[in-house]
Design a binder for this molecule. Structure first.
Ligand code: 13P
Length: 252
């Protein structure tokens, strides 16, 4: 199965920037041997899907409302609206949503349910904070965060996308070691096999300071089905270097 490289722009970008990026991405697509998804701010999603709609690139939302709507939820964007804007996937439970916006499991379960109901594929993000890693409680914490998947497992699509992003490796330049990534992914794969019905398979992305220079090594690890990339996804050249890293990971 092809690797999945997902770029998460977070709160970055401009109308002109999206236009140029889409053009650049189209040029490198023929050489890409992986699936690609790009998550731009909601405002730019229709523009991105207009530019990339005819390609295989997945247009990904960074967040979704926990409310189905339509209705009186000022400032919210519903899953149905994201679908209407051309999205196919949505990030749910990113650490910045959990920590900066205090999203808890109840909110995340609502978001997953709304996304799936609208036909969007959720990419459920989990990861431990630094102090929890240092206290050696990280596996316990990851298991705890899987509760949202347990609670929605009957709703989820046949392929369940989960992104492991250790919070201490996000935007810090501090990438988890290959041993740390392998341990967490093997643990999560086991837990998810137990949690999910037999008809469903989990696929795991790694995220946290992935860039062109370390992507190939990470993508070559067994149990890493792709990467979720923040700042390095902001330029096509760096994203292209990460995409090139998926080739190295392919079996000979
Ligand atoms: P960085 O790649 O900038 O560390 O961000 C990772 C991330 O949060 C992707 O969702």
């Amino acid at each position: 199965m092809k690797k999945f490289v997902v770029g998460n722009w977070k709160m970055n970008g401009t109308t002109t920037g999206v236009q140029e990026y889409a053009q650049g991405l189209i040029q490198i697509l023929p050489a890409a041997s992986c699936e690609i998804g790009i998550a731009v701010p909601s405002l730019y999603l229709p523009q991105l899907s207009a530019r990339l709609g005819a390609t295989s690139v997945a247009v990904v939302a960074q967040d979704v409302s926990q409310f189905k709507g339509p209705g009186a939820y000022t400032g919210e964007i519903s899953a149905q609206m994201l679908k209407d804007a051309g999205c196919t996937h949505v990030l749910i439970g990113h650490s910045e949503r959990r920590h900066v916006f205090a999203e808890d499991d109840l909110v995340l379960v609502g978001k997953i349910a709304c996304a799936v109901d609208a036909g969007l594929v959720p990419i459920i993000c989990i990861g431990e904070e630094l102090h929890i890693r240092q206290q050696g409680r990280y596996l316990e914490e990851l298991a705890r965060q899987l509760a949202v998947i347990e609670r929605t497992r009957d709703l989820l699509p046949a392929t369940v996308w989960v992104a492991y992003e250790p919070v201490w490796a996000i935007g810090t330049g501090l990438v988890a070691s290959t041993a740390q990534i392998s341990e967490a992914h093997a643990f999560l794969a086991d837990k998810l096999r137990e949690l999910l019905p037999k008809s469903k398979t989990a696929r795991l992305l790694y995220g946290g300071s992935v860039k062109g220079s370390n992507a190939a090594e990470i993508l070559a690890l067994p149990g890493v089905d792709g990467v979720l990339v923040g700042s390095a996804s902001l330029t096509v050249s760096e994203l292209g270097a990460i995409i090139a890293g998926t080739k190295v990971a392919l079996p000979a």
